[in-house]
Design a protein around this ligand. Structure first.
Ligand SMILES: Cc1ncc(COP(=O)(O)O)c(C=O)c1O
Length: 410
């Protein structure tokens, strides 16, 4: 049987006593700390390092927002609060999580289609900036502000005519449920300003999971050009520009990390030569998975080892109910392997080709196909990497009644 390559294990994961170690604890110690398998383990060290690397790469006037949809685990939010400049939320539920984590609402912006009146109201009362997704939403936000006697902070999410090339998910270019088509933005901005709301600028988020620095540089250049053009049409310098994000992480064999130094250098050049409309603008970018994805590892225990028609199956107590994306069922056309390893034999040589599967009775529940691995048995722990983003909260944890995985930050 031909082996199928595993994705690249992110930097910074080493062995201790033959086991994968995170934050100085071995895989078995981490499971003991979490209290059970399966468990998501998030590494403070990785989170801190990632933000420091980005800060070093990006110009000093480009602020960093964390999109908490990627991982809203309370200890992660608290840790990130000390590292980044702002947060992006996508629902009233995330607003509550952000508030519970003690985040200052002035540092929060709220994007996402289909905001309900109760969500708009909670955000306006809290003083969160609303990235408006439609004229209808703008009208409702203004009416709620009037009714409450509170001045809402309103920005417009723009649906630009261009897209982020090579992104895993495109959120701009052509018809989209996100944002307001760019040609309709000036009229709405003028209306918002005339209504006495706090005009909070533009949000231009074009896509997610892009690895090409060239594509990201091109998109950022287009965002800056469009922001300038729209400001001219609005007739005011721009107070704030959320330039979006889209920086990805390598999940699969052959993926290369984003060259953030190249992106930073290109942005630096643009920032040194800004048009008058953008000379005093507050700039930020908004990232989820790039900040937290590689900082998380999913640990599951092998509960059965079996063979069928000569194929080895390592059956774990985890699966797609926690790791929908790794199973290949979250927007993937062809299933490829995430980085994975036998955590209790972390530096052992591969000896066999095996399939790591979950405990759900569906053939979709696969964590690694035809992977070259050291021989593993019942009781060994499997690690799936790149589990820090869109894992625990983006998977159907209640499917088959299994319930959520444990989560710890170390
Ligand atoms: C508006 C917005 N911001 C941020 C993100 C986070 O994307 P990523 O985790 O890929 O950085 C998304 C992803 O869907 C988004 O829609």
């Amino acid at each position: 049987m031909k082996a199928k390559p595993l994705g690249p294990i992110p930097a910074g994961y080493n062995a201790k006593d033959g086991q994968l170690a995170i934050g100085g604890l071995t895989a078995r110690e981490l499971v003991a700390k979490a209290g059970a398998t399966p468990a998501f383990v998030y590494s403070k060290g990785h989170l801190t390092q990632r933000v420091a690397d980005l800060r070093a790469a990006l110009p000093g006037n480009v602020h960093l927002n964390y999109a908490i949809k990627a991982n809203p685990f309370a200890p992660v939010l608290q840790h990130m609060a000390g590292l980044v400049d702002g947060f992006d939320i996508a629902s009233a539920g995330e607003l509550k999580m952000a508030q519970d984590a003690g985040l200052d609402p002035v540092r929060i912006s709220f994007a996402g289609p289909g905001k309900r009146d109760a969500e708009l109201e909670a955000a306006i009362i809290a003083g969160v900036t609303l990235n408006l997704e439609s004229e209808n939403e703008a009208r409702r936000a203004l009416a709620i502000g009037d009714r409450l006697g509170v001045t809402p902070r309103l920005a417009i999410r723009v649906n630009p005519d261009f897209e982020l090339r090579g992104s895993g998910m495109k959120m701009g270019g052509g018809a989209k449920p996100f944002g307001i088509d760019q040609d309709r933005v000036p009229a709405l901005a003028k209306h918002i300003i005339a209504s006495g709301a706090e005009w909070s600028g533009l949000h231009i988020f074009t896509g997610s999971q892009a690895l090409s620095a060239d594509a990201l540089i091109e998109a950022q250049g287009n965002v800056l050009d469009l922001a300038d053009e729209l400001s001219t049409q609005i007739g005011l310098p721009l107070p704030k520009l959320n330039m979006g994000g889209g920086f990805g992480i390598p999940y699969f064999h052959g993926d290369q990390p984003v060259d953030t130094a190249a992106i930073g250098a290109a942005l630096e050049k643009r920032m040194a030569n800004l048009p008058a409309n953008l000379a005093n603008t507050y700039f930020c970018i908004e990232l989820g998975r790039h900040l937290v994805g590689e900082a998380g590892v999913y640990l599951a225990e092998i509960v059965d080892r079996k063979e069928s028609h000569g194929v080895i199956y390592l059956v774990t107590d985890g699966g797609l109910h926690h790791q929908l994306a790794a199973s290949g069922n979250f927007g993937t056309v062809v299933r490829r392997n995430y980085p994975a390893a036998i955590a209790t034999k972390f530096n052992a040589e591969p000896e066999e080709i095996a399939n790591i599967v979950g405990c759900l009775c569906t053939p979709l529940d696969r964590l690694a196909d035809n992977a070259e691995l050291p021989r593993a048995d019942v009781g060994d722990l499997v690690a799936v990497f790149c589990a820090g983003a869109y894992g625990a909260t983006s998977s159907p944890a209640n499917f088959l009644g299994h319930g959520p995985a444990a989560e710890i930050l170390v």
